[in-house]
Each structure stands twice: as C-alpha cells, then as structure tokens.
Design a protein around this ligand. Structure first.
Ligand SMILES: N[C@@H](CCC(=O)N[C@@H](CS)C(=O)NCC(=O)O)C(=O)O
Length: 220
C-alpha cells in the first residue's frame, strides 16, 4: 500500500489518514507531496484515469484500489484488519465514537478556518469568534463525555487509542498552536495524544519540513 499525504505541518486530513494507516498495523509506503507545489498538479491528475479522486490528500493506494478521503481510508483499513482495532467493542461506546468521528469530518468550520493546523507555530492572544468558541466548547464537551463514560481503560477518548483519537489528533494540535485554554481533563488527554509515539514521529517530520504556506501562517 502507499499513502499520499500533504505537508505534515499543515495537512490535518493527511494526519488523520496517516494515523489510520498506522493504527491498521499494515505496512505502507508514505509519499509526501507538498501542497500547491509542482508535484501537486500531477497528483491531481494522477488518479489512474478510473477513479473520481478529489485531488486532495490523503489518498491511499492498495494495489489497483484507490481510496481517497480520510474517513473512507480509515473504514477501508478497518474492513481489512477488523473493526475492533479502530472502534470500541461496546455498542454504546462505538455509537458515540462513530458519531464523534462523523461530526469531526463534517463540522467545526469556524475552528478550521480560524485555527488552521500549523504544528510548528504558537500563537499568543487569539480571540476566537463566537462560532469558533462554540466549536471549541462542543469538542471539549464531547471529549469530557467520552473520557468520563468510556475512557477508563487508558488515557484516550475511549480508553485505548482508536478512530476517535485519530480524528481529533489535529484538534489537539490546533488547541496547542493557538493556546486554547482547556480544563485539566482535556489537557491530560491532549498530552497523551501529543506524546503518542506516532504523533511524535509526525511532529518531528513537521518540524523538519522547510515548506512554508503563507496563507496558513498569516492566520491567528
Ligand atoms: N474530506 C477530505 C478533505 C481532504 C482535504 O481537504 N485535504 C486538504 C489537505 S488537509 C487538501 O488536499 N487541500 C488541498 C486543496 O483543497 O486543493 C478528507 O477527509 O480527506
């Protein structure tokens, strides 16, 4: 398998696809294509001519099969290796985890717009809009409920690292970059995600990247 990702510093959807690939336990070749550079154009055309790939990252190739979109990649990999590697076994917990992942995938536009992922950066004194504050409060509420009801087995949302953590890892990065004040339980969760060995590997690569995308640097 090969996984095409964008800049590790900026590409939040790539981080999700990459963590999903790691969580699968399968081996994969990782190809980083810097967003909006020369290779980016050819990536957008290189869909094998058969698939309506979106031209966005991440993209997973498994032999002839192409899977684009982070949530499809996670589910494709869960189909291959077994659902339990990604999702809680308990129906009630799994229902919530699936809802949280779907909500992350479809929502929080204000947070995404005002706080784009930028792992290397730290921003002082951000004043989020009311919409962005609403997104932050909603996420903290979901984290609190997952941790309180289902988190007893470990430091992650549903105890052990899983799909929900894969999807909220870029939010951990955003809250860190923009220094969003969070309650203690959330700080502990964020620390657990930040210190996870896969996350540390991604952060190190992001720090080593030299590409700078100005439009993401001027926010905040
Ligand atoms: N819904 C898609 C979103 C993918 C996406 O927007 N990726 C961004 C990078 S984080 C991208 O490729 N942006 C370039 C563009 O919009 O042309 C997913 O979940 O994978």
């Amino acid at each position: 398998m090969k996984l095409i990702v964008g800049n590790k510093n900026y590409s939040s959807w790539s981080l999700r696809g990459w963590l999903a690939a790691k969580q699968s336990g399968l081996s994969f070749e990782e190809i980083t294509v810097p967003m909006f550079g020369d290779e980016w154009q050819s990536l957008q055309q290189d869909d094998g001519g058969t698939q309506p790939s979106s031209g966005k990252v991440p993209i997973l190739w498994d032999g002839e099969t192409v899977v684009w979109d982070s949530i499809a990649i996670l589910e494709y990999l869960a189909d291959k290796v077994g659902r339990d590697r990604f999702w809680p076994k308990d129906d009630t917990a799994r229902g919530m985890a699936r809802s949280m992942v779907a909500e992350m995938h479809s929502s929080y536009q204000a947070l995404r717009r005002e706080c784009p992922m930028n792992m290397r950066k730290r921003v002082e004194g951000l004043e989020p809009s009311a919409e962005c504050r609403h997104d932050i409060v909603r996420i903290l509420g979901l984290w609190a409920e997952a941790r309180a009801r289902f988190g007893a087995g470990g430091p992650f949302l549903f105890g052990t690292f899983g799909a929900a953590d894969v999807f909220y890892a870029p939010v951990v990065s955003r809250f860190t970059t923009y220094q969003i004040p969070v309650p203690g339980f959330a700080a502990a969760y964020m620390q657990a995600v930040w210190e996870h060995e896969w996350m540390q590997g991604w952060i190190k690569s992001a720090e080593d990247e030299e590409w700078v995308i100005e439009q993401y640097e001027t926010v905040g």
